[in-house]
Design a protein around this ligand. Structure first.
Ligand SMILES: [Mn+2]
Length: 342
């Protein structure tokens, strides 16, 4: 899809809504705020933004984020144009979905390879490091006016979706574009400080607790932890406190696959998976989820401990094949001997 259709569609829409995904992260929020600023700067329109769930405290520094509204506040409104950012599948819109569906025209800006192109106009590029990069390229292509506010928002998307410029999606182009954002006024140390050095004390202690409860299988190649609602209550943990734990488990030199299972209610468990070399999106897919090769997630309609057995079973089933000798699943121990978190 060419950038001209993006420009023309915005030009002829008098009301525009930008939609971010449930459990918002730095990419969806950064891209949403960047787009908000771009539309104000270049099209002389007042777009609206909608978020679902809780905006993590660390992202409250994002310019204009306080303008974002909840789907409840916007209920019943019909927009000329709705733009989804960083949303792999429509169910990731949560309560914002009716607003997207009811809009006269829908644009989909994303970088998830599993995105099926649910918009009327789709800008989906699996090669981009973040949804922010897809929008950045459109903005450059159209020669749109940008400023420090836009740069801060874009930089947050680039920084967080590349794990601080460490993941495999970090390449020369990503770094060149990030350098350009610094030229526009983004200050790397400042934004890294907000994103990575501002955890509340309870969150750090909660992470320590989850790490102490970690379980290991297959010579420590599979690392995981279970988080119950009791654990959450004990640390007064907000929903976003679970962010980063699955990456911490992957950080160990022995880990090939890490996952975190979080109790939603007695029959529902949320799973996050990470890996170093193995495509974990195929595991998430088994449970109706998806994501990227090395970072995926899903919801399992089972209680926490049963979901855990199912997850381990699926990992074994998928990778108990010759093509993954690195997992050496021959040495898997029985899951019966596990002790879960108290
Ligand atoms: Mn993203």
């Amino acid at each position: 899809m060419n950038s001209k259709s993006f420009k023309e569609t915005i030009e002829k829409s008098s009301s525009v809504l930008i939609i971010s995904h449930v459990n918002p992260d730095g990419d969806t929020l950064g891209t949403m705020c960047a787009l908000y600023q771009i539309i104000k700067n270049n099209f002389n329109k007042n777009p609206e933004m909608v978020f679902n769930g809780v905006i993590p405290d660390i992202y409250h520094f994002l310019p204009n984020i306080n303008q974002a509204k909840t789907p409840q506040e916007l209920e019943g409104k019909v927009y000329d144009l709705a733009i989804a950012v960083d949303i792999a599948a429509i169910d990731r819109m949560g309560d914002s979905l009716p607003l997207f569906k009811n809009a006269k025209v829908r644009i989909n800006i994303d970088h998830h390879k599993t995105n099926k192109g649910y918009g009327d106009i789709n800008f989906v590029r699996g090669d981009a490091c973040c949804a922010g990069e897809v929008l950045f390229d459109i903005a450059k292509d159209l020669n749109l006016k940008t400023d420090k506010v836009t740069a801060d928002c874009f930089y947050t998307a680039f920084l967080t979706d590349t794990g601080g410029f460490r993941y495999e999606n970090t390449n020369a182009n990503v770094l060149k574009k990030s350098a350009e954002l610094v030229e526009w006024g983004a200050v790397p140390a400042e934004i890294s400080g907000y994103c990575y050095e501002s955890k509340p004390k309870n969150m750090v202690l909660f992470h320590a607790h989850c790490m102490m409860n970690a379980q290991f299988e297959n010579d420590n190649k599979i690392a995981y932890t279970l988080i119950s609602n009791k654990d959450m209550e004990k640390f007064h943990a907000k929903n976003d406190y679970t962010e980063g734990i699955v990456e911490e488990l992957r950080r160990m030199n022995s880990t090939e696959i890490s996952f975190v299972l979080k109790e939603v209610d007695e029959n529902t468990t949320k799973a996050s998976l990470r890996s170093k070399n193995i495509d974990v999106s195929v595991i998430a897919d088994v449970f109706g989820g998806g994501g990227h090769k090395f970072a995926a997630g899903c919801t399992i309609r089972k209680p926490l401990s049963i979901a855990c057995d199912k997850m381990l079973d699926e990992i074994r089933k998928k990778f108990l094949i010759d093509s993954h000798p690195e997992l050496d699943l021959g040495s898997v121990q029985s899951t019966d001997s596990k002790t879960g978190p108290q």
